[in-house]
Ligand binder design. Structure first.
Ligand SMILES: Cc1cc2nc3c(=O)[nH]c(=O)nc-3n(C[C@H](O)[C@H](O)[C@H](O)COP(=O)(O)OP(=O)(O)OC[C@H]3O[C@@H](n4cnc5c(N)ncnc54)[C@H](O)[C@@H]3O)c2cc1C
Length: 407
């Protein structure tokens, strides 16, 4: 480490993105400090905890049993008229995590590689040199007087808040249209198969859906995500925010099992469902994970992407450290690789979201009547073309929606 700086890298945020970055960078010998404003890593949980796949398991990691509540076998998806399609994977189709354990596990892996982690430590500002380049951050431990710590590379892994990323010059402000506002209960008792359940329909969840992610001991995460702006048909119908809690309460009241269940946890949150931000790197800094809006626009899932991105960005940071070059030019490698590997699938999924947003409940019912579990499997793996052809054959008027999106 250069004597001019306290650390080689300061990572803001000890979520999946920050911890994964820290593990890889510290493993290569960099002096990495992670600061997180929370008193305890992973707590409080603000997440549905569903995870479809985990790339690091292909690199020899084993997911500790305590990190997940149950293994998922597949999905059951409901149309507005109540018709459902069930898809079951051949192997494990994913997990419903225990994020307070999972996030801590990822963080402990980073510590084992030599990263240092300071909880209850909030980054409150950026320290810059005379040329305006970031050289450190101001942090406050437990709300006390802020102090400065320095590093030639600052990594924002702050999640949705991304306050420091904004100060670093990244355009992380969210348009209301590109966020889902969410509300979730952990509920018990709920008897279930090990399937995630998703409920669609403009009445139940305008521009979004209701999820039931089952957990062990007859528990379930029951949540809703709805678009920040509601559309009336294909015409944008003014700014009419849907209240996710009211909608979720209405759903729970109608559900035979849930209406008598108790709530163990109750929280709201927002998640990005638009495109990622337009740049991930600037001189001496990077943004990773949900802070860079690297989220699946269909379901708002961001855990897997955050981990993959943390690893990818750390690869570039290691090279930058070796070359003592933290310019945007050097750090751009991470962004170039990310956009090549991740953008095409996410762009396709954003298109699918925009199609789903524009179809009526009647169209949705038609789509569900047309599809079978093999089609659902194709949609899950982003192979939309054959499924779209099948749906359009039975309802050609939906072509207008598709054309509108292409123009
Ligand atoms: C209601 C809801 C349900 C969701 N359900 C799912 C789901 O089922 N599956 C899924 O994959 N994704 C889900 N997500 C999204 C998922 O939670 C995020 O995409 C994921 O946590 C991103 O990881 P991250 O490391 O980028 O950010 P985060 O996990 O948000 O971590 C950011 C960390 O930065 C810290 N931080 C922020 N600002 C500062 C600061 N100034 N100083 C110090 N520390 C700071 C925070 O305390 C936090 O620990 C959901 C989100 C919401 C809101």
């Amino acid at each position: 480490m250069s004597s001019k700086f306290d650390h080689d890298v300061i990572v803001i945020g000890g979520g999946p993105a920050g911890s994964s970055f820290a593990r890889v960078a510290a493993g290569a010998g960099l002096d990495v400090l992670v600061v997180d404003k929370r008193k305890e890593i992973g707590v409080p949980v603000r997440c549905g905890e569903g995870l479809g796949s985990l790339e690091i398991l292909k690199q020899g990691f084993v997911l500790p049993r305590a990190c997940y509540s149950i293994e998922i076998e597949g999905a059951k998806v409901y149309a507005p008229n109540g018709k459902s399609i069930t898809w079951r994977g051949e192997d494990t189709a994913g997990w419903v995590l225990e994020r307070k354990v999972f996030d801590k596990w990822l963080c402990e892996l980073a510590i084992e590689k030599g990263a240092r982690v300071h909880t209850y430590t909030r980054a409150v500002g950026v320290v810059k040199d005379e040329k305006g380049r970031p050289q450190g951050v101001k942090v406050s431990h437990g709300g006390k007087e802020p102090y400065e710590i320095s590093a030639p590379l600052i990594v924002s892994a702050e999640g949705m808040e991304s306050m420091i990323a904004r100060e670093l010059g990244f355009k992380t402000v969210h348009s209301l249209y590109d966020v889902d506002t969410c509300y979730e209960y952990e509920m018990k008792p709920y008897n279930h198969e090990n399937l995630i359940e998703l409920y669609f329909g403009n009445e139940a969840a305008p521009r979004g859906y209701v999820w039931i992610f089952p957990k062990a001991d007859k528990k379930a995460n029951v949540g809703i995500g709805v678009g920040g702006l509601v559309q009336n048909g294909t015409k944008q119908g003014g700014i009419k925010g849907a209240d996710p809690k009211t909608l979720l309460d209405a759903f729970v009241k109608k559900d035979e099992q849930l209406k008598d269940a108790s709530t163990l946890l109750d929280f709201g949150g927002v998640i990005s469902v638009g495109s990622p931000i337009d740049e991930f790197t600037r001189d001496n800094c990077m943004v990773i994970g949900t802070a860079a809006k690297q989220v699946d626009p269909i379901h708002g899932g961001g855990i897997g992407l955050a981990i993959d991105t943390g690893i990818m960005a750390a690869g570039t940071a290691i090279k930058a450290h070796e070359r003592k070059d933290f310019s945007k030019n050097m750090l751009m490698e991470y962004e170039t690789v990310w956009r090549r590997q991740k953008s095409p699938t996410l762009a396709n999924r954003l298109k699918l979201r925009k199609i789903l947003e524009k179809v009526s409940d009647d169209d949705l019912n038609h789509i569900f009547n047309t599809l079978n579990k093999e089609d659902l499997q194709k949609v899950m793996s982003s192979d939309f073309a054959p499924v779209a052809m099948k749906v359009l054959a039975g309802r050609p008027q939906l072509l207008a929606v598709l054309r509108g999106l292409m123009s």
